[in-house]
Design a protein around this ligand. Sequence first.
Ligand code: FMN
Length: 205
Amino acid sequence: MEIINALKNRRSYKFSFEKKEVEKRIIEECIEISQWAPSAHNCQPWRYIIIDNKEQRLTLVDKMNEKLRKDFKKNSKSEEEIDIKIKLTREQFLNSPFLILSCMDSSVLYIYPDNERNKNEFILGNLSVASSITYLLISFQKYGLASCWYSAPLFTREIVLSILNLPKTYYPIAFITVGYPKKKEIKPPIRQPLKKILFISSNFM
Ligand SMILES: Cc1cc2nc3c(=O)[nH]c(=O)nc-3n(C[C@H](O)[C@H](O)[C@H](O)COP(=O)(O)O)c2cc1C
């Protein structure tokens, strides 16, 4: 029951955090747990970077937003819509007690003689990191911490690698914000009825 509650009660927390300090030891413990996620060939390509320097965090977030703003403009979003979207996540990224970057390290992936398998291997690497991030988000709950997965780093790879001086084999996957939540009750977003996501193969015949 405990695990089912943990799975169902995990929420993406997009509100203010308490000022209460989060001990680094707790973050390390949760990252240790996240390593128990499954990974293709047990390659464990996940890498976690705690962005601990405030100035570096600010520079990174602002540079990423410049790129995201340009991208949003391409989908003909209005300046106003873009401002709202960017302002919201900017505050989350800057005010989160811990900001963790998760990356996929492609240097540990299998190499094949053909492109098709290399492409699929790359997907497997990303999926493995995603499984570890999910474990991480769930494990934060044990300590009363709230967190959220943000995809912005995936869209701003060059900027992230250059500002954090990360190896060229790294592929940024997500930012994870984490801290003690101010808002205690969050209405869970709806889930689809089972009949919309579960099918029987013979019904397709
Ligand atoms: C792959 C992935 C990418 C996500 N990216 C973002 C994001 O960029 N911004 C955001 O606000 N939430 C992001 N989320 C959180 C989702 O919005 C959230 O999981 C979804 O609305 C369901 O809510 P819940 O996590 O509380 O169940 C992401 C979640 C996943 C799994």
